[in-house]
Design a protein around this ligand. Structure first.
Ligand SMILES: NC(=O)c1ccc[n+]([C@@H]2O[C@H](COP(=O)([O-])OP(=O)(O)OC[C@H]3O[C@@H](n4cnc5c(N)ncnc54)[C@H](O)[C@@H]3O)[C@@H](O)[C@H]2O)c1
Length: 317
């Protein structure tokens, strides 16, 4: 297991009631740190956070500058995960703009006053759009196809500009599709995994957008959390951008058969219309930078991650 130590530190986790954020909260507390969660419960739910662990919860928005500044004055680090997701963002780009751009700017502006030791901002591989050269390097030119990718990229650019201009120690992690226990099937990034598990278990058709040969790079949530916290703790990461993925491409058809194997039932495939949001043909990330700079690499294989996710689903369904 990768060593992470927050002993003696307090961390503000924005979006801490969400899928990835709740796992970040658990990992920090188990690594000796104190946590304050700021979440407006838009898609989050406090039941995602490990039962029995101690943390402070503040219900509110990252768009509220004074609240953000007051909370940041009490912490050493900030893990900034709060965001409106790609589906909400496509329906209402202004909502997205307020949280994803405005909220990130608030954190960075407050940091000029409160001087945290580190900030990590969770961006998305969506900012790459459809790239020709795979696996995708961090230096590739972004192709912002959706309002969501525009806002996530703007957040990144603000992080870098505040690092350069005001010495704010901000680091960007660009997540590829993250999956694992507690993921809501409505979560647009990896809803496919939760949806497929449910359909296969219930003997229902598995709906595949288009031909099913589109690929993604699926990252198990514990690995993504480790990468995020290493980036947060390491001064060597300040001002940098890191891909967080596995470097392995998996098609939707392959995913359906891997899940069927884990569930122990057959997948009945049904091809439907091509997806209209995040319609990227192939995506896989190059992870050499984070491997060499932060000595992070994924620890959980896709089959093991799916095994754990299926086990969780069958236990709680
Ligand atoms: N899950 C993935 O595969 C993936 C991929 C790429 C990037 N990301 C990024 O990782 C982060 C976490 O994503 P997730 O999958 O856990 O999503 P999620 O929707 O489960 O979590 C987001 C959390 O932020 C909270 N939130 C939203 N707007 C807020 C606001 N204005 N103020 C305070 N809290 C607010 C939500 O209530 C929720 O708890 C996001 O920044 C997302 O852009 C996730």
């Amino acid at each position: 297991m990768i060593k992470i130590d927050f002993t003696g530190s307090t961390v503000l986790v924005t979006g801490g009631a969400g899928f990835v954020g709740s796992n970040v909260v658990g990992r920090i507390v188990r690594s000796g740190g104190k946590v304050i969660v700021l979440d407006d419960l838009f898609t989050g739910d406090r039941r995602n956070i490990e039962e029995g662990i101690a943390y402070e919860f503040v219900e509110g928005s990252v768009f509220d500058y004074e609240l953000v500044r007051d909370l940041m004055a009490r912490v050493d680090y900030v893990a900034h995960l709060a965001a409106r997701n790609i589906i909400i963002s496509t329906k209402n780009p202004f909502e997205d703009y307020k949280t994803n751009i405005g909220g990130t700017l608030n954190i960075l502006m407050a940091a000029r006053e409160t001087k945290p030791k580190g900030i990590v901002y969770t961006s998305s591989a969506s900012i790459y759009g459809n790239q020709k050269i795979l696996p995708i390097l961090e230096d590739e030119t972004p192709l912002t196809f959706s309002p969501y990718s525009v806002s996530k990229l703007a957040g990144e650019n603000y992080c870098y500009s505040f690092y350069e201009t005001f010495f704010v120690p901000a680091t960007v992690v660009r997540y590829s599709n993250i999956f694992g226990p507690h993921q809501n099937p409505l979560n647009p990034y990896c809803g496919v995994i939760s949806k497929f598990i449910k359909a296969i278990d219930e003997g229902q058709p598995v709906q595949i957008h288009g031909d099913g040969h589109q690929t993604r790079d699926y990252t198990y949530v514990d690995d993504a959390v480790d990468a995020t916290l290493l980036a947060l703790l390491s001064p060597r990461a300040d001002g940098m951008i890191f891909n967080v993925g596995t470097g392995t491409e998996t098609s939707v058809l392959d995913m359906a058969s891997k899940i069927a194997e884990q569930v122990g039932k057959e997948a009945i495939l049904e091809h439907i219309d091509r997806r209209d949001i995040d319609n990227i043909r192939r995506r896989v990330l190059n992870i050499e930078r984070i491997r060499t700079r932060l000595r992070w690499q994924p620890q959980v294989t896709l089959s093991e991650g799916l095994r754990r996710t299926v086990e969780w689903y069958l236990a709680v369904k």
